[in-house]
Ligand binder design. Structure first.
Ligand SMILES: N[C@@H](CCC(=O)N[C@@H](CS)C(=O)NCC(=O)O)C(=O)O
Length: 206
């Protein structure tokens, strides 16, 4: 059986758990926090979570894991069949990850772990986040899902990446990441009720 390594404090681990549930793929969870130890780096070369363990070996990076899962089980697809729509879905995912989540993460140690961020870092992060949100807003359809009528992998990124970026934005800049984006805020509420996401979120409370 496929094994998922990581820990539930990670939004990417939770995103991947929801993805496996959506695709109805059985998996076993292995509690593995991020680590720079050689033993873990052999599984995930940057020491990040999640990674999966298959009969052929380990694979890290959530988008790579998603591609693998789509290939081994095309049913319950989380990517549109139409090639252009599929490319647009991945385009949105990349912008969410690179231009919102990773930008917000610059302030993660200060927002959640008591570190300090310089005024310069705070200012440049806030500015880049506003730019990134404008970019993703241009791509998002929100009728009702991120890419339109179909629930896709992009919705899982919306929920888990904006969730984390929202917490950081509130703490660091005292503003609501989605204040100017009511359609995305409505989508977040819809996504919270999605059974796969609700199941993952409920398991975090235990
Ligand atoms: N690009 C990676 C991001 C994964 C990631 O950032 N994981 C975080 C936890 S949410 C982590 O392991 N951080 C530890 C580190 O950066 O060393 C993916 O798509 O899976």
């Amino acid at each position: 059986m496929l094994k998922l390594h990581g820990f539930p404090l990670s939004n990417y681990y939770n995103l991947t758990r929801a993805m496996l549930i959506e695709k109805e793929i059985d998996f076993e969870e292995v509690n593995d926090p991020p680590s720079q130890e050689d033993a873990y780096l052999a599984k995930s070369p940057m020491g990040k979570v999640p990674c999966i363990e298959t009969e052929q070996g380990f694979c890290s990076e959530t988008l790579a894991i998603a591609a693998y899962l789509e290939a081994i089980k095309p049913e319950n697809s989380l990517l549109p069949a139409d090639p252009f729509q599929r490319a647009k879905t991945i385009e949105l995912i990349r912008h969410i990850e690179l231009d919102v989540e990773l930008i917000a993460r610059r302030c993660l140690p200060a927002a959640l772990f008591g570190a300090t961020a310089s005024e310069e870092v705070k200012k440049s992060t806030d500015k880049a986040l506003i730019k990134g949100m404008k970019a993703v807003k241009r791509l998002m359809v929100c009728k009702p899902y991120a890419m339109g009528g179909e629930f896709t992998l992009a919705d899982l990124y919306v929920f888990y990446s904006f969730g984390l970026a929202g917490v950081i934005t509130q703490k660091m800049f005292d503003r609501d990441l989605l204040a100017d984006n009511p359609e995305i805020a409505t989508l977040m509420t819809t996504l919270a009720k999605r059974p796969s996401i609700a199941q993952v979120e409920a398991s975090k409370q235990k």
